[in-house]
Design a protein around this ligand. Sequence first.
Ligand code: SF4
Length: 444
Amino acid sequence: MKRVFLETYGCQMNVADSELMAGVLERAGLSLVDRPEDADAVLLNTCAIREHAEQRVLGRLGEFARLKARRPELVVGVTGCMAQHLRSRLLDHARVLDLVVGPDGYRDLPALLARAAREPVAEVRPDRDETYGDLEPRREPGVRAWVTVQRGCDRFCTYCVVPFTRGRERSRPLADLLREVRHAVEAGFREVVLLGQTVNSWHDDDHDFAGLLRAADAVEGLLRTRFTSPHPGDMSDRLIAALAECAKVCPHVHLPLQSASDPVLERMSRGYTLAQYHEVAAKLRAAIPGVALSTDIIVGFPGETADDFARTVAYLREARFDSAFLFKYSARPDTRAWRWPETVPEEEKGRRLAQLIELQHAISGELNDRWIGREVEVLVEGPARRDPGQLYGRTPQFKAVVFPNDGTPAGRLRRLRVAGATPVTLFGEAAEKNSAGAPLVHIG
Ligand code: SF4
């Protein structure tokens, strides 16, 4: 067993876990390869948050079954949330699988792979203490480093499988995190994103999340700090003050709402009312001038009436989020909502989703149009995906900016004037090109 192909599905937490696994594998002398055809073992790091994500993984396993038919010695493994969620059922049903490893089993991955070459292995025991705090991930070189500060979740929202797949909440100690942030900066990263399911409930014996942000702010060479995803119920005044005062913390907060109807929020067990959510959003806007807010919304939750949905539409209009991740409800086994009858037909969920997408698209377009003519500071990430003749970066508000490739290296800050906008992208040009004499509004 020498070469491993690792493919990642799902959220950023999974991407960070794949980096952790890559570090564990490499330290054990295994190497990562880019193509499954070149590997002795293939691992799919999976997501269980929506049924669609699971279907994609099952489809991919079908492809690996064909590869394994030609090379029976190939070890095929599933790691992550889906592994934990479906546990040994995966081994029973998918004959292609040799290895199933839940999110708390990555430390022993090399040994598990070696065993799986001889016999089927399932390692899905939850470990309440595992934070991988002492393990250094292996990151691809880049500008943005993801640092997992906390694992698991204690909130048990009624639709969410995370507490069952990733276990109870536990935080890594501040010293471990600062060491990892410093190492990331030494490796050339300029921005860190602190990751946790309810990242703002992070704490160790002596510090809360506000303390962590302030400590990270003092790390030399770090340009920007972001974090995701905070829970509105943990957004204390102390934390909002830290967000406003830390120079490196970007003025962008992703604040999941899920629904603007109180009865739906209650059935979701989100732990706040719309009024409480709105108060948090208002405090953020008052404390951090120009802060960009984004959110998550689920449509078609069991019991969501036309009136409930209308409240969400109305609030989306009122709140004017910069962007929103909008989803149809997907029932997940093990959750409380799984047992409740689905009251919103699939077609109606699709209609509600389409209505929200159209509304949010228009709002994002209006908000982005307001940036035209302003100067922005962009952290350059590299060539634009669709056109290498252009560069790509992000503003502090997390707006994507594409601009002519002037050779600015990735990792540098570049001051640009916004010359155009779509609902998802700003188009920049050299700030000095503003020859029309229009006053530039200096932001961020
Ligand atoms: S806060 Fe709720 S939605 Fe978020 S991970 Fe925890 S249980 Fe899931």
